[in-house]
Ligand binder design. Structure first.
Ligand code: ATP
Ligand code: MG
Length: 405
């Protein structure tokens, strides 16, 4: 892309400019162009809701330009939700010569003084264009001098400045910025297969889903209910929760399954203390079947070692044995407080803690088996027509399109 195309003859700095840095994406060697393209696609898609915003790649960075009528913070927030983005810097642009860089740096700092009353600064410079006649330390010194001259209230502080002013000298244009607002990192969506996530209305499974999507995995979801023991409102809550996750991972389909007939059969035919683990195995089997039908590579759950009776090591072994597809449990070794903190950070926590009933709490045994044995569980299952039950459950599915909130 030529500069003419990128700046479209608009006067410099008549628009907001954001420099977006890819994290790990940059490390992918031969795949780098592919990852960058995927990342750019995601950024473009998420920014579509802002009129006249443009994103493009140039010299190894991604640039976003937006009309100044747009909400700058909202754009930053949106870019920050794109997996694969390491950091974002709102920047000012100028021609790559010392006079122009100096003038723009002064303008930038005058704005910072007015907005935040800063007193000290330090300039850090780097040349992507090694033919630029001034070396980086000299750029920093000379631009520092220009800022001191143009902004009388400022002093230089090289150790703990209020503002670290970055000057990035590139071939045609140079960029001046201060903040590097961190993104979540990870890998662009769509670069790592597709997972069928078992999504409840709880705290854990939305976080688990988010973590896998962050590694580039596309999402498809399954939710189980026990209507009429669980309410319509409880399901709506899950849909709302799913919509929050979709603000990161894009729209996805959620398969909704009524588990009640299976739960009733288990309660009538199997030992009470095995109810939970048996129900969990059915959930996994149904999820696996839906996963194969929708080209998913793996299952995702919010299970966490030792959190509840159905997540002891022994219970996880028995649950795992119900399927052959790999099961991703990204929260397995985390502490609950850390999961809760992450849920808050990504914005799902408040919705998750809304008190609605879940299918797992229907027919909850008084003393669930914490050390189930697979042979006993298989024996109990042999009393059920598992295949017919699974098939009927799959046939009852309702598919809901989840859109970003
Ligand atoms: P969460 O906070 O995600 O509900 P949890 O700590 O309540 O998890 P469990 O109820 O034992 O744990 O569920 C473990 C995992 O099983 C969940 O993280 C989720 O992946 C899946 N799961 C539980 N209930 C449902 C459901 N109703 N629909 C779909 N998946 C479910
Ligand atoms: Mg739950």
């Amino acid at each position: 892309m030529t500069m003419e195309q990128t700046i479209e003859n608009k006067p410099l700095n008549s628009e907001y400019i954001f420099i977006v840095r890819c994290g790990e994406v940059a490390l992918k060697g031969m795949n780098k162009p592919y990852f960058e393209r995927m990342l750019l696609e995601r950024i473009k898609k998420l920014l579509r809701k802002f009129d006249g915003v443009r994103a493009y790649r140039h010299e190894g960075l991604i640039y976003v330009r937006a009309d100044k009528s747009q909400d700058k913070q909202a754009i930053i927030k949106e870019i920050g939700k794109v997996f694969g983005v390491a950091s974002i810097s709102p920047a000012m642009e100028c021609e790559s010569n010392m006079e122009s860089i100096g003038r723009t740096a002064v303008e930038y700092m005058l704005e910072a003084i007015e907005e935040r009353g800063i007193k000290t600064f330090k300039v850090e410079a780097k040349r992507a264009d090694k033919n630029f006649p001034v070396k980086s330390p000299d750029i920093a010194r000379q631009i520092g001098a220009a800022v001191l001259k143009g902004c009388k209230v400022l002093r230089v502080d090289v150790h703990d400045p209020d503002v670290r002013l970055f000057v990035d000298v590139r071939h045609d244009l140079s960029y001046i910025y201060q903040d590097k607002i961190p993104g979540y990192g990870g890998l662009p969506l769509g670069t790592n297969g597709k997972g069928m996530t078992l999504l409840s209305g709880g705290i854990d499974s939305p976080v688990a889903t988010w973590m896998m999507a962050k590694r580039g995995m596309l999402i498809e979801a399954v939710h189980f209910h026990s209507y009429p023991y669980t309410s319509q409102r409880a399901q709506e809550k899950v849909e709302e929760l799913a919509s929050l996750v979709a603000t990161y991972c894009g729209r996805f389909r959620m398969h909704v399954i009524n588990l009640l007939p299976i739960q009733e059969q288990i309660v009538q035919n199997c030992p009470e203390e095995e109810t939970t683990i048996l129900v969990r195995r059915f959930m996994m089997k149904i999820a696996e079947r839906l996963a194969r039908k929708t080209d998913c590579d793996m299952l995702i759950t919010g299970e966490n070692l030792g959190q509840v009776a159905s997540q002891t090591a022994e219970a996880l072994v028995v649950t795992d044995a119900s399927v052959t597809m790999p099961v991703m449990r990204p929260l397995i070794g985390m502490d609950k407080v850390d999961i809760m903190e992450l849920a808050q950070e990504i914005g799902t926590y408040e919705k998750s803690i809304e008190p609605y009933e879940d299918c797992c709490t229907v027919f909850l045994p008084k003393h669930p088996a914490t050390k189930p044995k697979l042979d006993r569980i298989l024996h109990s299952e042999s009393k059920l027509d598992c295949e017919a039950l699974i098939q009927a459950a799959c046939e009852s599915e309702e598919i809901i399109e989840i859109r970003p909130a």
